[in-house]
Design a protein around this ligand. Structure first.
Ligand code: ATP
Ligand code: MG
Length: 582
């Protein structure tokens, strides 16, 4: 909420060039309160790259006791959809942020229109009849100046008349545009009389059929920021060359000095006075093994390479959420990556490291067996059953304890047994010993096989002197394995996810293949496993470490206590680095 003095900044707050600008602007009195915004276009769901923009704009507002608006930049009707508006709101909230006001660029269509009339009246905009191809030809190149359109010298009266008739819907799509009259010889091509308005007779997700003309991005974006009293407009580096045009729009429409352009809209609910914003650019977040183009993400969905926008293989925020990634883990990634003007690609392993770090601290431990092999403890009486108490977290007592049933027959992982053990194998082998986690030391006494020679069952004995609490419990063996009581185990569907692409730069490899050919066929594998009861009877989205296997989450949509479905979020260690020999 607005205050008239900045709050003290905690010493631990991130330091970067944008925060330094903000700090200086507060110290110099240029601003008494910081206003930011996050302006996604509702033409798709948010992805991992957006997490950086969100954390930055919302984070700075929070750190400096200001506020941040969520603004849907909806100036491209036809590509936009209310479904995406709802999805974006949900994703921003999930990431842990609250907006001050929810706005749409379309809330200001009247202001943009009046601003355009003012530019025409001031001789700073004109209606052009050149078609798109002619406009391109007149624009010139990086080395050659552009040429003036023959319509550039139209009178103010004629321009006003034509623009009003564009607005009234008298002209066909593409037949006219409104252009800023700046400089056709400008070194920055964005200043060579850029289009401000185009004719587009198409229904809009917010305003329906009210408008046959729509403002262009640069114009709408600059004026939206000014309307909302944004002080620092943070965006990615590709907008650096647009900044002169952004400033031109802000300065020449000059909303603060022209209340008649916006008064009625403010009466309709806006709380901050218009101001002159400053655009500041920062580098995009690029991650290896990820695609951060909404168009390509949409293609993965529409061509059924994945099962929807929230498929856990997708690096959309909703895909990452369903995969079990945490808001805190994603915020940690953004903090680690930092803010600069240097474009770079962050290794996907950095993201996984952040998620592991968060989940290690926040996820309770459980036992599950995903590739089961039965082990029968023949020295326990038939029907033997007991209940053991396990800590839920090895490093944090506040997680408490749980009861884990144990019986004569348990499931262990098939690869925790080797009939012919490789060198250095410390788990179960014929006549070998291993510790059953929380139970005691077991010796393998018999390997049962089927006619084809496949191992179907193991028999073993539990050394009674090594049971928990007895003096022999400390006896050393090299390996410890997890297990689940066969009698009490709950069957679960477990979806083992991995990176969606098998190469670091799916759309930038120099191998002549299309990015779609780099999809990793192993990115989803479904197995049926066994869970200890305390892992099954949980709510969707509960996250656990399944000991020795990785971090898992109860699927947001498909999990039920009586039919559990878990997704693997991430393995415990970086298996990709190991495969690459690092
Ligand atoms: P598209 O793929 O359609 O171009 P976009 O990624 O540009 O979409 P927008 O909805 O225009 O998405 O982006 C909203 C905001 O998020 C913008 O300010 C943009 O700069 C920022 N943003 C988008 N991608 C990234 C990224 N990879 N890293 C950091 N910020 C990003
Ligand atoms: Mg964009």
């Amino acid at each position: 909420m607005p205050t008239d003095h900045p709050a003290p900044i905690p010493a631990s707050a991130p330091q970067d060039f944008i925060r330094q600008i903000v700090r200086d602007d507060l110290a110099s009195g240029k601003h008494v309160e910081i206003h930011t915004r996050f302006p996604p276009e509702p033409n798709g769901y948010l992805h991992i790259g957006h997490a950086k923009a969100i954390c930055l704009s919302f984070g700075i507002a929070r750190e400096f006791d200001g506020w941040c608006n969520l603004r849907l930049d909806d100036t491209n009707p036809g590509r936009e959809d209310p479904e995406f508006v709802e999805g974006i709101k949900e994703d921003v909230r999930w990431l842990g942020f609250r907006w001050h006001e929810l706005r749409h660029a379309s809330d200001y269509f009247d202001v943009f229109y009046r601003g355009a009339l003012k530019l025409i009246e001031d001789g700073k905009a004109y209606v052009d009849d050149l078609d798109a191809e002619q406009v391109r030809a007149y624009r010139g190149t990086l080395t050659e100046p552009g040429r003036d359109s023959p319509y550039r010298t139209r009178s103010i009266e004629e321009n006003l008349d034509l623009f009003k008739r564009m607005r009234a819907g008298e002209f066909a799509d593409g037949s006219k545009t409104l252009r800023a009259k700046i400089d056709m010889a400008a070194g920055n091509i964005n200043l060579r009389d850029p289009a401000l308005y185009r004719i587009r007779k198409i229904a809009h997700q917010n305003t329906g059929d009210a408008w046959p003309i729509y403002p262009m991005y640069d114009y709408a974006h600059a004026l939206s920021d000014a309307m909302e009293g944004i002080t620092h407009s943070l965006c990615t580096l590709e907008f650096e060359d647009h900044r002169p045009l952004y400033d031109w729009c802000v300065d020449n429409v000059d909303l603060p000095a022209n209340p008649s352009l916006w008064q009625s809209v403010v009466e309709a609910g806006l709380t901050a006075a218009p101001a002159k914003p400053r655009q500041i650019e920062f580098s995009r977040l690029n991650l290896s093994y990820c695609i951060t183009s909404k168009r390509k993400l949409a293609q993965l969905v529409s061509e059924n390479f994945v099962d929807g926008w929230d498929d856990p293989r997708m690096n959309t925020l909703r895909g990452l959420r369903r995969r079990g990634f945490t808001p805190a883990g994603l915020r940690l990634l953004v903090e680690r990556v930092g803010v600069s003007k240097q474009n770079s690609v962050i290794d996907y392993a950095v993201l996984e490291g952040c998620i592991r770090e968060d989940l290690d601290a926040t996820a309770a431990r459980r036992m599950a067996v995903l590739d089961p092999l039965k082990l029968v403890l023949t020295n326990l009486p038939a029907g033997h059953e007991e209940t053991l108490t396990f800590p839920n977290h090895p490093k944090d007592e506040s997680f408490g304890t749980r009861l884990v049933p144990f019986a004569r027959e348990v499931w262990i992982e098939r690869d925790d047994f080797a009939e012919v053990p490789p060198k250095g194998f410390h788990r179960l082998k014929p006549d070998g010993e291993v510790r059953l986690r929380g139970v005691g030391i077991v010796k393998c006494t018999e390997v049962v096989k089927d006619a084809a020679g496949n191992v179907t069952e193991l028999h073993g004995t539990l050394d009674p002197d090594t049971r928990h609490g007895l003096p022999g419990a400390d006896r050393k063996v090299k390996g410890t394995i997890h297990w689940v009581s066969a009698k009490h185990a709950v069957a679960a569907e477990v979806r083992l996810y991995d990176r969606l692409f098998s190469v670091p730069a799916p759309d930038g490899e120099d191998d002549g293949k299309s990015w779609l050919e780099h999809i990793n066929p192993e990115a989803k594998r479904v197995v049926s496993g066994w869970l200890e009861p305390a892992a099954a009877n949980v709510d969707p989205e509960q996250r656990f470490q399944f000991e020795r296997l990785g971090y898992f989450v109860a699927d947001r949509h498909d999990h039920r206590a009586d039919a559990p479905v878990f997704n693997r979020t991430v393995t415990l260690r970086d298996v990709w680095a190991r495969a690459a020999g690092q």
